[in-house]
Design a binder for this molecule. Structure first.
Ligand code: SF4
Length: 143
């Protein structure tokens, strides 16, 4: 199966802080599946490292108050393009991210508070029929 995966979960240093968030159990899925890495924030044209951002209603605002909604939307649609190219029906995305988060995301106040919601890319993928999971729960889907 071709599975779209947040690149930072595979060890790619694409996070806002210039680091990765590797999860070895997800890398192990390579034994049985094709993992397609994407970083929507980079695909949207943002630099690495970059100023952290959070979703705030329909917008995404960084911690300096700059509106980066356009970049986030562009990255989401480029991620969708890659998902379609590889016929991915499933994605495993990084929890809580304003791009990749699914179910819970930060509330836009940069105070570590979580609210119900999906990151921009997660929502676009869901809207296009792709099943989204996070690194916290994905096993039931895969096996
Ligand atoms: Fe990881 Fe997604 Fe953030 Fe890129 S946008 S660093 S893939 S959580």
């Amino acid at each position: 199966m071709n599975i779209l995966v947040s690149a930072c979960l595979l060890g790619v240093a694409c996070r806002y802080d210039g680091k990765s968030k590797e999860v070895s159990k997800i890398k192990e899925l390579l034994k049985d599946h094709n993992l397609i890495p994407i970083c929507p924030e980079q695909l949207g044209g943002l630099p690495t490292p970059r100023v952290p951002s959070e979703k705030n209603g329909e917008k995404v605002i960084n911690s300096e108050g700059i509106d980066v909604t356009l970049e986030y939307n562009k990255g989401a649609h480029e991620a969708l393009r890659i998902a379609k190219l590889f016929n991915c029906k499933v994605a495993i995305l990084k929890a809580k991210s304003p791009s990749c988060g699914f179910g819970k995301i930060y509330d836009g106040t940069f105070s570590k508070n979580l609210i119900l919601g999906n990151g921009v890319t997660a929502q676009v993928l869901i809207d296009n029929g792709i099943k989204v999971f996070t690194e916290d729960f994905y096993e039931l889907l895969i096996y």
